[in-house]
Ligand binder design. Structure first.
Ligand code: PLP
Length: 294
């Protein structure tokens, strides 16, 4: 079940529309060019997870595209309106994804902005653990680690609506005996998954744990779940670090995860057909910590 709310000049705090009926014009540039930005947030345990971080990232993505955006207060109000209607149908405890979309809209007019709340179940979100983790393939992203700096028009690090490449990568993985993908630069740096951030953990001979993620300078999205996982790790006394990471680092790790807002932390158990371990204790700390942080 879904609830849709549009933010319009007449209804800046949102007005409900029927998500089962057409609502966009065929000339809307979200449809014709994928020209816009979005965010996906998790609503769980009665709270919107990392609301401010998502709104900040939405604003950052919009700035990168030179896209005027409604004020954060209007997005907050529209989310509350949509969640209120969602709960009337789905019940108070229901878990949901909240998608915020900002499109450049119809040429010559102001943008198109909407909130879509949809039910998710934890089993659908599939918290893959060390025994049923993800098989992942490494895929060449087709540019080197310095491209994001050199070519800002690539919009690296912005969460744009142009996700056709990301979806193609996941289809490629699924047609090659895998569940998901991890992008690697043409010069061999680990980036991110098509819809997730990458985390790895290393345990030293003395038992000290370090949690690492690729460096943002490569143009990956700054993940809200990665940031939350770092807080969990710091509270557990682990050390933290940012890349550069290579495929060899993934294969040598004591745990590799794909993390994102709805799925949270999914363990990776093979990379390009090679089994990788995922330390169950490290997995437990991460998953329980992320859940408690909600
Ligand atoms: C390309 C990409 N990287 C990383 C992430 C993870 O971001 P977050 O943890 O904020 O959901 C996503 C989420 O959809 C993504 O699409």
């Amino acid at each position: 079940m879904s609830v849709a709310v549009f933010l319009t000049p007449q209804h800046p705090d949102g007005v409900e529309v029927d998500p089962t009926r057409p609502q966009l014009l065929v000339t809307d540039q979200s449809a014709t060019r994928g020209d816009g930005v979005f965010e996906t947030l998790l609503y769980r345990h009665g709270r919107i997870r990392e609301e401010e971080a998502h709104l900040r990232r939405l604003a950052g993505s919009a700035t990168a595209l030179d896209l005027p955006l409604p004020e954060a207060s209007h997005w907050r109000a529209a989310m509350q309106l949509a969640l209120g209607r969602f709960h009337e149908s789905a019940g108070e405890g229901a878990e949901a994804s909240i998608r915020l979309t900002a499109s450049r809209g119809v040429p010559g007019e102001s943008g198109t902005f909407w909130v879509l709340v949809s039910a998710v179940s934890r089993s659908a979100a599939t918290a893959h653990g060390p025994s049923d983790g993800l098989r992942v393939v490494l895929l060449d992203r087709g540019y080197d680690a310095a491209a994001a700096d050199r070519a800002p028009w690539l919009l690296a690090g912005a969460k744009t609506l142009s996700y056709a490449i990301n979806m193609a990568a996941q289809r490629w993985a699924q047609s090659h005996d895998a569940d998901d993908a991890i992008f690697v630069t043409s010069d061999g740096r680990v980036l991110e998954g098509p819809t997730s951030s990458v985390l790895i953990a290393r345990r030293s001979a003395t038992g000290e744990v370090t949690l690492l993620t690729p460096e943002l300078e490569t143009g990956i999205l700054a993940g809200t779940t990665q940031a939350a996982a770092f807080e969990v790790a710091a509270a557990a006394g682990w050390k933290l670090g940012y890349g550069p990471l290579t495929p060899a680092d993934l294969l040598a790790a004591d745990g590799v995860w794909l993390v994102s807002s709805v799925r949270l932390a999914a363990a990776v158990t093979s990379i390009d057909g090679v089994s990788v371990p995922c330390d169950p204790e490290l997995h437990r700390v991460l998953v329980e910590g992320l859940d408690a942080a909600l």
